[in-house]
Design a binder for this molecule. Structure first.
Ligand code: HPA
Length: 292
């Protein structure tokens, strides 16, 4: 068997053991980006596992990314919470660095998650956006990054070789997130490698390309989540607004400080709690497949 697939399977077996005697079947994976770890407080855990204890799992190295897997229920929805992610900029020079970025996505897919939810912090390019706003990702621009499907094809049994991208960012689930909250934006997210923030010319060019928010993550994960047959949802929290002349004056400390502010935290917790309540209702409303 493909060595990469084997490594994913080892991680999956280890995590499944922590489910213990429960009949836990995860429905969704929720990846919490920079400073977004407070959302994990909404999860009623049945187990928590540091990434370092999971065989082959990439260790996070950035402040605000604790590296903790939380298995539990959020408003009744069985989920795998991932407190922290690996970014491409952490591993770009390593052999198969991108494979580390997408490793957790394969793991949650193999654990049976049907929905992949990526959260991130992003800079606002759209002049209507304010600090602390939320943006549902409608589509993304992936032309600045290494495509995560480059290189050897890892065959998980039912994943695409050539992949259409029409089903990214599930409409119904995005609508569920927005509901009647008109303060939540929708837009296009672009992923750049970082670790630089954008130059004035970068930001001006991104605006011409129709980008509403810019960050350093999420896109490779979403591509792989779709590759493994999961539905996807992407939510950006706008932590800084990029000036009309393209100046981006932010830094990591500011990004984390905004996410830790009482106002943003309250807004995030409210939005995610409401979303998971609705998700739970919609899952319950679905007819269960008949047993044979
Ligand atoms: N650019 C890129 N990544 C980011 C930004 C930004 O302005 N803000 C938060 N993450």
């Amino acid at each position: 068997m493909d060595q990469y697939v084997q490594k994913v399977n080892q991680a999956v077996s280890y995590i499944k053991k922590q489910f213990g005697s429960t009949d836990f079947k995860p429905e969704a994976a929720l990846v919490l980006g920079s400073g977004l770890d407070k959302i994990a407080d909404l999860i009623e855990p049945i187990a928590t596992i540091p990434y370092k204890d999971i065989p082959n799992f990439p260790i996070t190295t950035v402040a605000g990314h604790e590296g903790l897997l939380i298995i539990g229920y959020l408003e009744g929805v069985p989920i795998i919470g991932l407190k922290g992610r690996k970014h491409y900029y952490e591993v770009a020079n390593e052999n198969n660095g991108m494979e580390q970025v997408i490793f957790p996505v394969h793991v949650v897919a193999s654990l049976g998650c049907k929905l992949y939810i990526a959260t991130n912090a992003a800079g606002g390019l759209n002049p209507r956006f304010s600090i602390g706003d939320l943006m549902i990702i409608r589509s993304h621009l992936d032309i600045f990054m290494q495509n995560p499907l480059l290189g050897p094809h890892h065959d998980f049994g039912n994943n695409f070789f050539f992949q259409p991208q029409n089903e990214l960012y599930d409409r119904k689930i995005s609508e569920l997130f927005r509901s009647d909250n008109q303060d939540i934006h929708e837009g296009v997210y672009a992923c750049l490698t970082g670790r630089t923030y954008e130059s004035a010319a970068d930001s001006t060019a991104l605006r011409v390309l129709g980008v509403d928010a810019v960050g350093m993550s999420t896109v490779p994960e979403i591509i792989i989540a779709a590759n493994r047959g999961m539905k996807t949802l992407g939510i950006s929290t706008i932590t800084n607004v990029i000036a009309a002349d393209g100046t981006n004056a932010t830094n990591h400390e500011e990004v984390v400080a905004i996410l830790n502010s009482r106002e943003t935290k309250a807004k995030l917790l409210f939005a995610y709690q409401a979303f998971f309540q609705k998700l739970n209702q919609s899952l319950k409303a679905k007819p269960k497949p008949k047993r044979r």
